[in-house]
Design a protein around this ligand. Structure first.
Ligand code: GLA
Length: 683
């Protein structure tokens, strides 16, 4: 009762103060409901902001109580509202929506006014009664309604600002906004007509394995290729630029690659390391999941491979064409093309009717100069409920090799059920995703060790991509199970919140990246993505530049996740910048970490083989930053450096780190990506 009286008293006081500040034309107070404003500009983790509805489109419900009006959002989330001092107070009932029952969500509602925290709900959990919020807003220009994940790092939180409304000084609406620019703009210059060789400078292969390296080069066609100093067993096709054969002896071989056309000639050194390790630079390619999800087919995969060639991406080093989940038969899909026996009488895995001939598919992709990848789970079922490899690991590794696959993504999914001791073939008892055992080292390692061993025994090199979302610090033991890359975090989506949170979580594993071992922050979310519901990436253009820059700095596997037949100019510009890709593919194999923060600006530095450093000035904040930077020594730079803007491929200036300064202009949610090369290298 007391609180209620105080609430009323505060509103009356607020009104009195505000009216006394107003001109005579604005004397009637108004109520403006939050749901009357444009909520579509809100940034949120998943889904679409709901006006009077929850994220799942249902009636807003908090702890059993329903609300007709409000804003249903998905934590984390942020909504900016321009008040211009014309609001008196904001009231709402906040809480977690009951539709996430069964999970363990936690959130915190926060209200910021002109950069100051005005109110916070404290951490709220599912089932907590809605909390009343009342905030005085007299004089406030900009309001931000924020929902955080309450510190649990959980991706499932649905949060409601129910009954949310403003008392205003008389205005009848407010503008909501998102300060991140939305117009795409192209930075990558068109490639020169002269040849430029873009494929990696180092390549690892095991003795006896079939060798396939494509000399990726831009420039006018026709082009002819050469490779001098090739060791015995290898040959180059001068027309296609494919080096093939096999090496019988371990050793390191220095080769000079050449590419020639009517406009000129390019050369590049390639180091072939025949030994124990493969994937000496992060794998680059495409994966079907973010685009097609459960609608993938051999035909779509072939078309993606064709598009890799036709779009010219192949000439920038893009290589793998990877089939994700749903090439196997499914346990419970209604789609008949996914129904059929999981294995033949001999226990060999059977592909579904959309993938009639796996060997034919692999041969086709190889014939284009590309490589091909596949997906499975150590559990009885994949995450999508298709047949997994549990109990058949050896046979599966042999099938992949026999068909000619070059890459396996091996996804934990239902393996937790195996630890539970549930029968591996009783669909009714096995869930598709069970994390059980993933956080205990022995059980976490075991299934990957088994498959890692079998892959290693095959007569071809198969990149082993461990996928278990970072459980048990996989980066510490991934190499010991023959892993070449491993997911460090949960699944990505095409939202700023997802990309930001994944990016902020990469430093923990950075020290473990090295040639042959890469931390994997998940696939790229640029272009037309959608997991079966195609749409343009919801990331703003600057967010996409930041995403690609960070993944390059992280030495992350670069797997395009979009529809390859719908590549637009902006997306191609993101994926064809050879100087940005070169940072990712640097042979030293170091991963950038954040070495300095200035407010929301995070400065990531990656050491490069030639003594240069790539530096990403990454603005995670909502305000554009323009300032003069001079802390070079703090980021490990001492001496004279040539500074190059990698996206624009232009030299900026030469600086002396003791006295020099750089004027930096970094867009909101954007990046400035520079390379600092010791001046003596440039002489
Ligand atoms: C998991 C993985 C995704 C994708 C799906 C397929 O969620 O993390 O990358 O492979 O499974 O079902």
């Amino acid at each position: 009762m007391k609180i209620k009286n105080n609430t009323h008293l505060s509103i009356i006081l607020g009104l009195v103060i505000s009216f006394s500040l107003m001109g005579p034309e604005q004397l009637s107070a108004q109520t403006v409901w939050l749901d009357q404003l444009d909520l579509s500009v809100a940034t949120q983790g998943h889904g679409t902001p709901g006006s009077n509805k929850s994220v799942d489109g249902k009636t807003l419900t908090i702890a059993g109580k329903t609300f007709d009006r409000g804003f249903g959002t998905h934590a984390e989330s942020s909504l900016l509202i321009q008040l211009d001092g014309k609001a008196i107070a904001f009231t709402a009932q906040v809480g977690i929506d009951d539709e996430v029952a069964g999970r363990q969500p936690a959130v915190e509602f926060i209200i910021n006014g002109d950069g100051q925290k005005l109110w916070s709900s404290g951490v709220m959990r599912l089932g907590d009664a809605a909390k009343s919020c009342l905030v005085q807003l007299a004089g406030i220009q900009k309001l931000e309604l924020v929902v955080t994940d309450g510190g649990n790092g959980n991706y499932y939180d649905h949060a409601d600002w129910a009954d949310a409304k403003f008392e205003t000084t008389g205005v009848t609406t407010f503008k909501t906004y998102n300060p991140v620019a939305s117009e795409p703009y192209i930075l990558t210059p068109q490639p020169s007509a002269k040849p430029r060789i873009n494929s990696a400078k180092v390549f690892g292969v095991r003795p006896g394995s079939p060798f396939q390296y494509f000399v990726a080069a831009t420039g006018d066609r026709p082009m002819s290729f050469s490779a001098s100093g090739l060791p015995k067993g290898l040959k180059i096709d001068q027309q296609t630029g494919i080096i093939s054969g096999s090496l019988s002896k371990a050793g390191t071989y220095e080769v000079i690659l050449g590419a020639k056309n009517a406009k000129g000639k390019a050369e590049k050194k390639l180091r072939i390391v025949c030994g124990d390790r493969i994937a000496l630079t992060p794998p680059m390619g495409w994966n079907s999941w973010n685009c097609f999800a459960n609608e993938v087919s051999a035909d779509k995969v072939k078309r993606a491979a064709d598009a890799m060639v036709k779009s010219g991406l192949i000439n920038h080093g893009w290589t793998y064409v990877n089939v994700d989940d749903f090439w196997e038969n499914n346990r419970d899909s209604k789609d008949q093309s996914l129904r059929g026996k999981f294995r033949d009488e001999a226990g060999n895995i059977v592909s579904n009717s959309r993938f009639v001939d796996m060997k034919d598919l692999a041969d086709y992709v190889h014939s284009l100069g590309l490589k091909i990848g596949l997906y499975s789970s150590p559990g009885p079922w994949t995450c999508g409920g298709c047949a997994g490899s549990y109990g058949y690991e050896k046979q599966d590794a042999e099938s992949y090799a026999k068909w000619g696959f070059d890459y396996l993504k091996y996804d934990w999914c239902s393996y937790g059920n195996v630890i539970n001791g549930l029968p591996n073939n009783d669909p009714s008892k096995v869930s598709s995703l069970s994390y059980k055992g993933g956080n205990e080292l022995n059980t976490a390692i075991k299934p990957f060790k088994i498959m890692g061993e079998y892959l290693r025994q095959q007569p071809r090199d198969i990149v082993f991509s461990v996928c278990q979302y970072g459980m048990s610090d996989v980066w510490k033991w991934g190499d010991s199970v023959n892993g070449n890359c491993w997911r460090t975090t949960n699944d990505i989506t095409d939202t700023w919140v997802s990309v930001k949170n994944i990016a902020l979580d990469q430093d923990k594993s950075a020290a473990y990246a090295k040639p042959g071992n890469w931390n994997d922050p998940d696939m790229l979310v640029v272009g037309t993505v959608g997991w079966g519901n195609p749409h343009k990436s919801k990331l703003k253009p600057d967010e996409q530049y930041l995403h690609i820059s960070l993944w390059s700095l992280f030495s992350a596997p670069l797997l395009i996740g979009c529809d390859m037949e719908k590549l637009d100019d902006f997306t191609l510009n993101l994926l064809t910048n050879d100087e940005v890709i070169e940072i990712n593919q640097d042979p030293l194999g170091k991963q950038a970490t954040c070495v300095q923060t200035i407010g929301d600006l995070r400065i990531y530095v990656k050491e490069l083989e030639d003594g240069s450093r790539a530096v990403g000035f990454c603005n995670f904040g909502l305000d554009r930053m323009e300032f003069s930077y001079k802390d070079f020594e703090k980021i490990g730079l001492n001496g004279r450096f040539q500074v190059r803007d990698l996206w624009r491929q232009t030299n900026i200036s030469e600086i002396e780190t003791k006295s020099g300064e750089l004027l930096l202009k970094v867009p909101a949610h954007g990046v400035v990506l520079y390379k600092f090369s010791p001046a003596k290298l440039m002489e």
